[in-house]
Design a protein around this ligand. Structure first.
Ligand code: GTP
Ligand code: MG
Ligand code: ZN
Ligand code: ZN
Length: 1596
């Protein structure tokens, strides 16, 4: 250094000492600030951005250690008070001490305790923080300081070495915008990176000590008139007077930028101002630097000594202009002047270069003087230099430059290699990023067309879909054939192979260069456009053009990432198509790289704003990778922002979370970006999530632009997607423009409405920007009311547009509270840019909002578990899919919703079965009790009492279901809010179930009582006969005993026989009346058809007795078809007669089956015939004939008559036989005969005086207990089987209807049997019944565990029996008669013991109860074995047919559901519960599968309804009365069906495969021609079909 003063040279030792001292000071400071740990491992940006518990606190620093964090947090929030270092008042201390002082009688005032509050100089804190930060945090700190218009550190004192560091890198990110006066006319502006902008620099340094503040002076100079701003910290600021510990030698820099208003601007061009802290003497290096880079240096001094003079004279020859500001204070000014005069020739000083200030100088005047001095410098074409050039000087002087780190330099080189080539942005994009241009845009269009089918034209839907699919694949193939371009390879190397720090540098460098190029480009473009738009006036067309141009020529790292995404996606689809082997994949590692970037806080593109498309595969895989990297701990809260273009959305997010989203004028954010903000470990629990995912979106278009393009659609899509993903959505509004606001609100309301419909209810916060008054909230009360009214109005309009008819208003569709969820935020700038700092009010309001949001998140996560990444991915997928379709609501399907719904309906099925079981058991118990009733007890009001009891029970059980439902919805199972809207369905279903069971139980009880009454009549007669017989037996016994000799067995028998014969002949048996059932039924049928006209009557007459019907099969006849109806149908719909005939025959067959089932059930219950049975049969038929579907067939009265006759005829002879059997069973004589052996054995035993106890006990077991136990087992077995099956592990298939469908279809695919498929499709309910029965029988045959069930049932009841016996054992004195009565009484709810047999047992029974019981107990063991082996001998099938409650029917009810079928393809409904509002099915199938065909060609139709409902096609059928109706509006005719478009092309692969496989067989069996199936259906393999099935049913 030539001009370095000698006396500073050679003092190495003092320099060393100096350094040591400095280091000591620094260490001291660090320990005060608690920053030591960051001396080696620097603070990173992420550390500062983490959300911790302090985010919700009002945070004032209390200790010195709080100061750095206070600074960082406030700065991140752009708060103007960030540099404040005063510590929080310890208010109570203060008061306390003054009071204490008074009490103690001390003086209140004294000098020493004034204000020596412990604190630090702000610059010390700043330096310490910067020294402890890594270069990325430094960069962020400086960028934010620049926004706050704080002076920035240019040369930062370094500590371990006596040098300092030039903060070039740290300022790299700052971009400033200004309007030089040369552009004032044209209203153009300049925008440039600060470090690249050349301008004159004016430096201010100080010589010796000085009592006036040059910083303050500078602030006065730089501040705009009427608005003072502290660019530099000065001693009159808070803590500005605290002695500096390390900040001496710091050089700060600040700038003046003109705004293009000549009378207001200080200077016409930008000027930089630097300020060296401390004396030049001790900071000569810094000073030398300044003398080289500055156009002028102002030296402030109060006095000058000899030494100082000498020092300054070394500056001789310097190119810089020197000015002196002399602050005259006391006597020595004269001496100083002398020195200055001596210096004048050396430094080329002129008169104007000395500014004298004394105590009389008017400050304002002085400032003015200084300003003109500067102005004259700038107007004299001074030296201009930018920061990059300064760095060169710095290096020459041995000053470090922060950019010189090895990593930074090599990263810069890498980035330059890519960007150096770029001249023309549009061209570069075309050539370097080929995949995302035309190809990707075309792909986006095809993907949307696949959903919207707008240009389908005449092509058949499935064919058109195939074509599109081919096109899609072709585009992907083209993409896949592209090679990576050179630039891209370098980019991948940059982000893929470098260590984290270098990668970071690399990405930053990329950004800086690309931004720089883009700015230059834009500048030119604007210029060119300026001319055009001037000609056209301010016409929107030109604006729109410009807007478009800006977007096509913008280039950022996101474009590179997007390109990688496309490479990845193209490869994926090739692999999927098997065009590429898994092992050939080149790009499989890319998602991992992108996930890393996200983790490091880089924004990731979610929606590509250029093509309006989401690269779904890419996004999914990146996020999945991210989830894996997080070890599965990825609970997210999603926060988004929406609003009109350029209303400061990105700025808001940047301020709130310290993010670095791109911010600028014009459409700046494109599409949507997501970013992760980490929640501090110790705060995750409290906040309920691990990350906050922030989504920044592209601004919605201004209305004038919206008119021009199709951008309304784009905006709508964006809003729907983003709001759908949100937990919290911030709607940003700049208050000034009412129409703009209305437009945005409309879009937003639509999106919210859609979300409500699908169960997603995000919270919504309105942010009104640019409202500054403190009273804003109150003043705007009216506005808020007005806003709410408007919102309500819009909501209603939107609901109408979405074709919803329900009444809604805004707060129904979102979580919105007008009072709490409206925020008024003042404008961002305090004053006029470019010199305006960020408004404190802005920063603080945003901070308030943030606090509120964090609090809100805490509360919200308590009652709703936040989604994790896999769930988020599913949301993206399903929302995007629905958005692509036109009709969002009906297209939306989300696997999470489906999963939650499936879980709920599974639960509901359980509750339903429980309810049923309770009622079944109750009814069976009551039936048993009724059967045990003797006449006196079966009173007239027995039924109504039972009914009351039933009501209570039903109510109770229903309530249980409702309670379960309630509990379930409060259980915190995930995603419950999504299915909230289905809750009503299940509540209604519970009521419906209750009603069903009510009529079931009433019918059962009624029937039981009726039957019992009939039995009692017979029993009474019986009893009287038995008494007579018993009297006779008694007499004969006496006679025999009186005979002298002992009678042999033969003789006894003879005596007994004689007595029996005589008695019977004496008795006049009044046997039961025999009825002619078929006649009774005939008359009932006549009554049923009485008012159907003479033709019917005649037909009935002709048919003759029922006895002759129902034997042969039912045959179709021509007269069953209404010929007039058939004709119209044929004309309208081309429905052929034969087709209708087939349907009618099917109907008849199914009704006949049902009749048979009913009859059989009655016959099996072995009761007497009752006319109710016939009535019931007729009811079944009549009800079915009233069905809408059946009415459509146009059957004739003749059909009805014949069908009824057939069904009743078949029933008649069975009922007749049943009646006959009953009479036979109950004929008194027969019954008596049956008892004969027993009487005889009692008789002989009595005569021989054998111990009859044992025999009697055995008889009791055999004849009374055994049959009762068998009946008991059968009664329970059905219920137990259902329980058993549902509790099996595999029972998931019966869990709900969706699972069942999946299982069945999967099994069918495995078997691949044509007949089975036909049965499944055509005769669904029968198929299901057979299926269940078959599975059940197979299961029990295989496992043989039915025996186990029987054993369990038996042992429970036997245990009960034993208990009763045990209880009676010790009763010595009771008679057997009494015992038996007790016994029956005790078990009256469980066992029906035959009264006849009991009487026999009681006859002449003198045994002692105790003994009798003991005997029974011994026999009981054998009895149990006997019963079990009897059951064991039966085949499973027989066993099942013996059960009064058929388990297969119960399971059928469970899986069959409402039984409705899709009006187009007949696929069964899968909705849960029995009373749902909408029917739906997971997959629909090609219509030809259920025999639909084209009438002209008779070829089977292969259209799928789920595709048709989004196509332009129409349908016609009898519901539309043959008129064509657009498929899209199918809900006009089928409002209770929800047919959702396929979530993916693959979902219908299953049925396509089946159709393809059986096309010819189907055609043959339906008497049609095979379909011309689209070619690529043939490519579907069985594996893919199964995959499709799994996907459709959401199975893993
Ligand atoms: N006057 C004023 N300017 C603002 C305010 N908020 C932001 N800006 C400026 O407006 C410009 C646009 O801000 P951005 O944050 O990019 O706006 P945006 O809504 O994200 O814009 P797009 O993403 O392009 O839709 C920037 O230059 C901001 O500095 C404000 O409240 N008042
Ligand atoms: Mg933005
Ligand atoms: Zn369908
Ligand atoms: Zn249904």
């Amino acid at each position: 250094m030539e001009n370095e003063p000698k006396n500073l040279e050679g003092t190495v030792s003092s320099e060393k000492e100096n350094a040591e001292e400095k280091n000591k000071a620094f260490q001291g400071l660090l320990s005060k600030l608690n920053l030591q740990e960051y001396q080696s491992t620097k603070l990173r940006l992420q550390d500062v951005l983490e959300i911790g518990s302090e985010s919700t606190e009002n945070w004032t620093p209390q200790m010195l250690g709080d100061l750095p964090w206070h600074f960082l947090r406030k700065l991140m929030a752009l708060n103007g008070t960030a540099r404040n270092t005063s510590l929080g008042h310890r208010a109570c201390d203060d008061e306390g001490s003054s009071e204490e002082a008074q009490i103690a009688g001390e003086d209140v005032f004294s000098f020493n305790d004034t204000d020596i509050r412990e604190s630090l100089h702000p610059l010390d804190v700043l330096c310490a923080v910067l020294l402890c930060s890594d270069s990325f945090l430094q960069q962020e700190i400086l960028s934010r300081m620049s926004m706050c218009q704080f002076a920035l550190p240019l040369l930062l004192p370094a500590l371990d070495i006596p040098k300092c560091t030039l903060m070039l890198w740290a300022m790299r990110d700052i971009v400033r915008k200004w309007r030089p006066h040369s552009l004032a006319e044209s209203r153009g502006f300049r925008e440039e990176s600060l470090v690249l902008t050349s301008m004159p620099t004016i430096s201010f340094v100080q010589l010796g000590s000085c009592s006036f503040s040059k910083s303050k002076l500078l602030n006065d100079v730089l501040s705009p008139s009427q608005q003072h701003h502290d660019f530099f910290i000065h001693r009159d600021m808070e803590s500005g007077n605290v002695p500096r510990e390390i900040a001496d030698g710091l050089v700060e820099i600040s700038w003046y930028f003109p705004g293009g208003r000549e009378n207001l601007d200080l200077f016409p061009e930008p000027v930089a101002v630097t300020n060296l802290r401390g004396d030049i003497e001790s900071h000569w290096l810094q000073f030398s630097f300044l003398t080289v880079v500055s156009s002028a240096v102002f030296i402030v001094t109060e006095s000058m000594s000899e030494r100082q003079y000498t020092l300054l004279s070394f500056l001789q020859g310097s190119a810089t202009k020197y000015y002196f500001i002399l602050n005259c204070k006391n006597g020595n000014s004269k001496e100083t002047l002398e020195f200055l005069n001596k210096l004048a020739p050396v430094l080329n000083l002129s008169k104007s270069q000395l500014l004298v200030k004394d105590s009389n100088t008017n400050n304002a005047g002085f400032v003015q003087k200084l300003k003109s001095a500067i102005k004259s410098i700038t107007s004299s074409t001074p030296k201009r230099m930018n920061l990059e050039a300064m760095a060169v000087t710095a290096r020459e002087l041995g000053i470090q430059v922060d950019e010189d780190r090895k990593e930074c330099q090599s990263a810069s080189k890498r980035a330059r290699e890519i960007t150096v080539e770029i001249k023309d942005l549009a061209k570069c994009k075309r050539e370097m990023l080929r995949l995302q241009g035309d190809l990707w845009e075309k792909l986006a269009k095809v993907e949307k067309e696949l959903c919207r089918m707008r240009r389908q034209g005449e092509t058949a839907t499935e064919d058109y879909k195939c074509q599109l699919r081919e096109k899609q694949l072709d585009l992907r193939r083209q993409q896949n054939q592209c090679d990576l371009t050179d630039g891209l390879i370098k980019f991948i190397n940059g982000i893929g192979q470098l260590p984290s720090i270098e990668k970071h540098y690399f990405l930053k460098w990329m950004k800086f260069s690309l931004d720089h190029i883009a700015r230059e480009n834009l500048f030119k473009l604007r210029d060119r456009y300026k001319g055009k738009s001037k000609m056209a006036g301010d016409d929107p067309q030109a604006l729109a053009m410009l807007d478009k141009l800006i977007s096509t020529t913008s280039l950022g790292t996101e474009h590179f990432m997007r390109e990688l995404g496309q490479f990845y996606e193209a490869e994926c689809s090739m692999v999927k198509e098997a065009d590429k082997a898994e092992c050939q994949r080149q790009f499989i590692y890319l998602p991992g790289i992108a996930a890393d970037l996200m983790l490091e806080g880089f924004p990731m593109e979610l929606l590509d704003g250029d093509s309006s498309n989401i690269p779904l595969q890419w996004v999914t895989d990146v996020l999945t990778e991210l989830h894996a990297k997080l070890g599965g701990r990825s609970r997210l809260l999603v926060l988004t922002v929406l609003g009109v273009q350029s209303t400061g959305k990105s700025t808001l997010l940047n301020t709130m979370f310290g993010l670095q989203l791109a911010v600028s004028n014009g459409r700046c954010t494109r599409g949507a970006f997501m970013m992760l903000i980490k929640v501090a470990e110790n705060f995750q629990q409290e906040l309920g999530c691990d990350f906050i995912l922030v989504i920044d979106t592209e601004g919605l278009k201004a209305p004038e632009l919206a008119l021009l393009e199709d951008s309304y659609q784009h905006d709508n899509e964006l809003a729907t997607l983003v709001i759908g993903l949100s937990d919290i959505a911030i709607i940003n509004m700049a208050m000034e423009n009412a129409t703009e606001m209305k437009d945005v609100l409309q879009i937003v309301v639509h999106a919210f409405l859609r979300m409500e419909e699908i169960g997603q209810k995000p919270n919504c916060q309105f942010v009104h920007q640019n409202v500054s008054d403190v009273s804003a909230h109150d003043q705007n009360m009216r506005d808020r009311k007005h806003l709410l009214e408007q919102l309500n109005e819009m909501t209603k309009a939107a609901a109408r547009m979405e074709k919803q008819c329900k009444k809604v208003n805004f707060s129904c569709i979102m979580d919105y509270d007008a009072e709490k969820h409206n925020w008024y935020i003042p404008g961002l700038w305090h004053g006029v840019p470019p010199m305006a700092p960020v408004n404190m009010g802005y920063s603080e309001s945003v901070c308030e909002l943030k606090k509120y949001l964090i609090d809100f998140i805490k509360k919200r996560s308590r009652d709703r578990a936040p989604k994790d990444i896999p769930q988020f991915v599913k949301w993206v997928e399903s929302l995007w899919n629905a958005v692509k379709h036109e009709n969002f609501i009906f297209s939306f399907r989300n696997s999470l919703v489906a999963e939650a719904y499936n879980q709920l309906s599974m639960k509901y099925s359980e509750w339903e079965w429980h309810f049923r079981k309770e009622i079944y058991l109750w009814v069976s118990e009551k039936e048993t009790v009724i059967q045990n009733q003797t006449s006196e007890k079966l009173q007239a009001d027995a039924l109504s009492m039972l009914e009351n009891e039933a009501q209570e029970k039903l109510q109770h059980e229903k309530q249980k279901v409702l309670d379960n439902l309630q509990d379930y919805f409060e259980s915190g199972v995930s995603n419950l809010h999504l299915i909230e809207k289905y809750r009503e369905d299940f509540i209604r279903s519970a009521t419906c179930l209750r009603n069903e069971l009510e009529s079931y139980s009433e019918n059962k009880c009624e029937e039981a009582i009726r039957i019992r009454k009939g039995q009692l009549m017979a029993e009474n007669i019986q009893t009287s006969y038995m008494q007579i017989i018993e009297g006779k037996v008694d007499r004969v016994l006496d006679e025999c005993r009186n005979k002298k000799h002992k009678l042999e067995h033969e003789e006894l028998k003879l005596e007994f026989e004689n007595m029996w014969r005589e008695t019977l002949s004496e008795l006049k048996f009044s046997s039961l009346q025999k009825r002619e059932i078929y006649r009774e039924m005939e008359s009932q049928l006549r009554k049923d058809l009485a008012n159907r006209g003479s033709a019917v009557r005649q037909k009935l007459q002709e048919s003759g007795s029922l006895l002759f019907h129902g034997i042969k099969n039912f045959k179709m006849k021509k007269e069953y078809l209404d010929s007039a109806w058939i004709k119209t149908m044929k004309k309208l719909l081309f429905i052929e007669e034969c087709e209708t005939a087939v349907h009618i025959e099917e109907l008849a067959k199914s009704l006949i089956d049902e009749g048979k089932r009913y009859t059989e059930e009655k016959v099996n219950s072995r009761v007497d015939y009752d006319e109710i049975y016939c009535r019931e049969l007729l009811n079944i038929i009549n009800k079915r004939l009233q069905d809408e579907d059946v009415k459509k067939l146009g059957t004739t009265a003749c059909f009805e008559v014949d069908l009824k006759i057939h069904i009743l005829g078949e029933a008649a002879w069975r009922f007749q036989k049943m009646h006959k059997d009953f009479i036979k069973q109950n004929d008194p004589q027969c019954r008596l005969e049956k008892l004969k052996p027993q009487y005889f054995s009692t008789f002989t035993d009595l005569y021989l005086e054998k111990d009859e106890n044992q025999t009697r006990a055995r008889d009791f077991c055999d004849q009374c207990l055994k049959p009762a136990l068998v009946v008991y087992i059968n009664k329970r077995l059905g219920i137990e089987i259902v329980d058993d099956i549902l509790n099996k592990a595999e029972s998931i298939e019966y869990g709900n209807r969706t699972f069942f469908q999946f299982t069945v279809q999967k099994k069918l695919l495995e078997e691949m049997n044509f007949d089975n498929y036909v049965k499944y499709i055509k005769n669904y309910d029968n198929f299901v019944k057979t299926w269940i029965q078959r599975r059940m029988v197979d299961h029990y045959r295989e496992t043989k565990c039915l025996g186990e069930l029987e054993k369990n049932i038996l042992s429970t009841i036997v245990k009960k029996v034993r208990e009763v016996l045990e209880g009676s054992k010790n009763e010595k004195n009771t008679t057997v008669l009494a015992f038996l009565n007790n016994f029956c009484e005790a078990l009256q709810q469980d066992l029906v013991i035959s009264k006849d047999n009991l009487l026999g047992i009681q006859f002449k029974n003198t045994a002692k109860t105790g003994q009798f019981c003991a005997n029974i107990q011994t026999f009981l063991l054998d009895l149990e074995q006997e019963i079990l082996s009897q059951f064991g001998g039966l085949d499973v099938h027989t066993k099942l047919s013996n059960l009064p409650l058929k388990p297969q029917d119960e399971i059928f009810k469970r899986v069959f559901g409402c039984g409705k079928q899709c009006p187009f393809c007949k696929v069964p409904c899968e909705a849960g519960g029995s009373d749902h509002k909408e029917h739906f099915a997971s997959v629909h199938r090609p219509q030809g599968l259920c025999s639909y065909r084209y009438l002209d060609t008779q070829k089977l139709v292969y259209d799928i309804c789920s595709s048709e409902v989004v196509s332009e096609n129409s349908f016609q059928n009898s519901d539309t009365k043959g008129k064509l109706h657009p498929y899209k509006d199918y809900r006009v005719y089928y409002p209770d069906w929800r047919i959702q478009p396929d979530p993916s092309i693959e979902a219908s692969d299953y049925w396509k495969f089946v159709f393809q496989k059986f096309n010819h067989q189907l055609a043959k069996s339906y008497n049609a021609n095979p379909a011309d199936l689209p070619r690529n259906w043939g490519k579907i393999t069985e594996t893919r079909a199964l995959e499709g099935l799994k996907q459709a049913f959401n199975m893993k």
